[in-house]
Design a binder for this molecule. Structure first.
Ligand code: 13P
Length: 256
């Protein structure tokens, strides 16, 4: 059975003092939850702080992006090995905010994905359609194209060391989450598309849902057969909300 995974994406939020309070409370809040896995992806400057506070706990830490290159003249860029130097295990790749506001493409996201895996990081690869695309019935076309940008270039085997995330753009930061049925339909589509290449990898790959996840909708989403956890934005900044979501994931694994 696939374990549930809950990942907090802090985006560009945090200050040293508030991070410390949040991470210390989070450690305590999830310490007895043994059936699911938990991660926080923090801004680059706070990775060392996350490492020192979370080491030895059942919360892993990671980054929100990476550069595919190593040791070259690229002002402002951070490489995969810089992340592993600070104990990161996960890195988000291809988030819609990166694709839209920083002009990342399917191609550059795929390159980053590959660099992450080569350094031993687990990429959390994000896919999702805009509201217009959904209205035009293009959801499967867009999500399929994004997924294929990885599979076509590297083969489906690379997904055995990755996590996938469905984050519909119309649900990110909006308070309009996908319904469990809407999300399940796309998650099943993603899993079936992977299964066309490799049934075993499709069976095992974790597919997270992201977009206005909160303590009141988490349990219903996590109960869906192809939803293996969440990628959480705003609700990961408030420790009680995030712990509630982690508990919902843990509980689903206990009862499933
Ligand atoms: P919200 O949970 O704030 O909608 O953000 C979702 C997200 O983008 C996580 O990566």
């Amino acid at each position: 059975m696939r374990r549930k995974l809950v990942v907090g994406n802090w985006k560009m939020n945090g200050r040293i003092a508030q991070n410390q309070a949040l991470l210390e409370a989070l450690k305590v809040g999830v310490k007895d939850l043994k059936h699911a896995d938990f991660v926080v992806c923090v801004p680059y400057p706070y990775i060392a702080q996350a490492q020192s506070l979370l080491q030895g706990s059942n919360v892993a830490w990671g980054a929100q992006n990476l550069c595919a290159n190593e040791n070259v003249a690229l002002t402002g860029a951070v490489s995969a090995y810089m992340l592993t130097d600070y104990g990161c295990r996960y890195v988000i790749v291809g988030h819609s905010e990166r694709r839209i506001q920083f002009h990342e493409t399917d191609d550059t996201a795929a390159t980053r994905f590959d660099a992450a895996e080569k350094a031993g990081l687990t990429p959390i690869f994000c896919m999702g359609e805009s509201a217009d695309e959904r209205e035009s019935d293009w959801t499967e076309y867009v999500v399929g194209r994004q997924l294929d940008s990885i599979i076509r270039r590297f083969g489906a085997a690379v997904l055995s060391k990755a996590v996938l995330a469905y984050e519909p753009l119309w649900a990110v930061g909006t308070d309009i989450p996908a319904t469990p049925e809407q999300a399940q339909k796309v998650h099943a589509f993603i899993r079936n598309r992977v299964a066309r290449c490799d049934a075993n990898i499709a069976k095992n790959v974790q597919i997270l849902y992201g977009g206005s996840l909160n303590p009141s909708n988490a349990a219903a989403l996590f109960a869906m057969p192809d939803i293996d956890g969440g990628l959480v934005g705003r609700s990961s900044l408030e420790v009680n909300s995030f712990v509630e979501i982690c508990k919902a994931a843990n509980q689903e694994c206990v009862t499933a």
